[in-house]
Write a protein of this length. Structure first.
Length: 207
C-alpha cells in the first residue's frame, strides 16, 4: 500500500508526521511526502522542514492520500497544482483522508459534496461552503473518505484507517509499537470540556 502525503507551505507538522508514523510502521506500507516539486517544505512555524521525496507528477496514483492541514491551508485552496492533484489522485485511491483543515482541500477538490466530514473545531462550519455536512467527531468515515478533527486526531484517523484497510490486529500492533496510550494531564482537548474563556486563548495560538 503506497501512501502519499502532500506538503505545502505552512502545513502543521503533526498533521503529517502523526499519520506518517502510524502508517510507516505498518508491514507492507510505504509513505512518501510529495509536493509541487521535490525538496524541503517548511511547516507553519517556519522552523521544521520535511523533505518531499517526489513531485505530484511523479506520484499521480497512490493507494492512499493523507492531506494535512495548517495555517497555510486557506492560501492553497486555489492552488490548482495541489487541489488538482488531490482530485486526480482520488480517482485512483482506495482511501482519501485528511487531518484538521486538510479537509477544506478535499472540499476544494469537490470531494465532500453531500458527505459528512470533520475538521478542527474552530473551522468546522467552514465545511458547509463545500457542500459537506460538518460532524463534530474525532474521525468521520464517509465511503472511502476519512476525515479527522484537529492535529492530534490524525493519529486516531490513521489507526482507524489501518484497521479498515488492513485489519484490526495490525492497527493494534502499531498502536502498541508506538505506545500510543494518551493520558492528557488536562481535560480540555475540546471546547466542550475546556474551561470558560480558554477557547479564545487557544485561538490566539493558531491564528
Amino acid at each position: 500500500m503506497h501512501v502519499a502525503i502532500p506538503l505545502y507551505p505552512r502545513f502543521t507538522a503533526l498533521d503529517a508526521v502523526g499519520p506518517y508514523t502510524v502508517l510507516a510502521f505498518a508491514p507492507g506500507w510505504t509513505v512518501t511526502f510529495v509536493a509541487a516539486e521535490r525538496g524541503p517544505v517548511a511547516d507553519d512555524k517556519g522552523t521544521l522542514l520535511l523533505n518531499a521525496a517526489a513531485s505530484y507528477a511523479e506520484l499521480p496514483g497512490p493507494d492512499v492520500i493523507v492531506v494535512p492541514g495548517g495555517s497555510g491551508t486557506l492560501d492553497v485552496l486555489s492552488d490548482e497544482a495541489l487541489v488538482g492533484w488531490i482530485r486526480q489522485a482520488h480517482e485512483h485511491t482506495q482511501w482519501t483522508t485528511s487531518v484538521c483543515s486538510g479537509s477544506l482541500l478535499l472540499g476544494a477538490a469537490g470531494l465532500l459534496e453531500g458527505r459528512k466530514a470533520t475538521t478542527h473545531w474552530a473551522i468546522l462550519d467552514f465545511l458547509t461552503r463545500f457542500g459537506a455536512e460538518p460532524v463534530s467527531e474525532r474521525v468521520v468515515t464517509a465511503g472511502k473518505i476519512v476525515t479527522a478533527a484537529g492535529v492530534s486526531a490524525g493519529i486516531d484517523m490513521a489507526l482507524t484507517l489501518l484497521a479498515q484497510a488492513a485489519d484490526p490486529v495490525t492497527a493494534q500492533s502499531v498502536q502498541l509499537a508506538i505506545e500510543y496510550d494518551p493520558r492528557p494531564p488536562f481535560a480540555c482537548g475540546s471546547p466542550g470540556t475546556a474551561p470558560e474563556g480558554l477557547a479564545e486563548r487557544a485561538l490566539g495560538l493558531i491564528t
